[in-house]
Write a new protein. Structure first.
Length: 215
């Protein structure tokens, strides 16, 4: 993988308010396969017409976003292999915010979704995995992916100290807390075979998608 996605984890604690033409800090990632990209984006709340305009994220400030703009979230998206990915830096992932309450966002059979949400306003950071069987596993970064064995096997679990006393475990995670996002994004990147060009993201050159607020 040229860039992988470890770099997203490295900057996950950086304030997203460091505004440039694109994104760098506090990026949430949603990746989906087994579904057409436009279909998944529309189910997230995107407008088909807006998607057909092929605007880039860096053009967002020059666009007339309509009367509901104050309730909208601007994101960028792309594809890598069989995966669609959506990047957001407004605080959390739209899919995470709506997958339990918005019927269109519920994962379907045969459709796999992996989501890393920063939850800037309501920590902790979470990893969610819908493996395609209608269920969704969720866990904090430090816990890996719950019972989602595929992601555990890929390494999306921080090095374990299961045999140590509780106090030692707590101290271990406190000392390594800053490394967690990079470890999790690295593992998810390997699991998905996902590579996202950091320079393109920072420049805002990926396609723009406008999503409604569901929080």
């Amino acid at each position: 993988m040229l860039d992988g996605i470890a770099w997203i984890g490295e900057f996950s604690n950086e304030n997203a308010a460091r505004r440039g033409p694109g994104m760098r800090g506090a990026i949430s990632l949603t990746a989906a396969r087994g579904v057409e990209p436009e279909e998944f984006l529309v189910r997230l709340g995107a407008d088909s017409e807006q998607l057909r305009c092929h605007d880039t994220y860096q053009e967002r400030d020059a666009l007339a976003l309509g009367p509901d703009a104050q309730h909208a979230r601007v994101a960028m998206y792309g594809t890598c292999g069989e995966w669609l990915y959506v990047l957001e830096d407004w605080g959390m992932a739209t899919w995470y915010a709506g997958h339990r309450t918005v019927a269109a966002m519920e994962p379907l059979m045969g459709e796999e979704v992996v989501c890393l949400t920063m939850n800037s306003w309501d920590p902790p950071k979470l990893i969610l995995h819908a493996p395609g069987d209608g269920r969704v596993w969720q866990a904090e970064f430090a816990e890996g992916a719950g019972r989602s064995s595929a992601l555990r096997a890929a390494g999306a679990v921080f090095p374990s100290v299961r045999e140590a006393p509780e106090e030692e475990v707590a101290l271990y995670f406190e000392e390594h807390r800053e490394e967690l996002p990079t470890a999790v994004f690295t593992a998810v990147g390997h699991y998905c075979g996902l590579s996202i060009d950091r320079a393109v993201v920072e420049a805002g050159e990926l396609p723009l998608v406008i999503l409604p607020s569901v929080r």
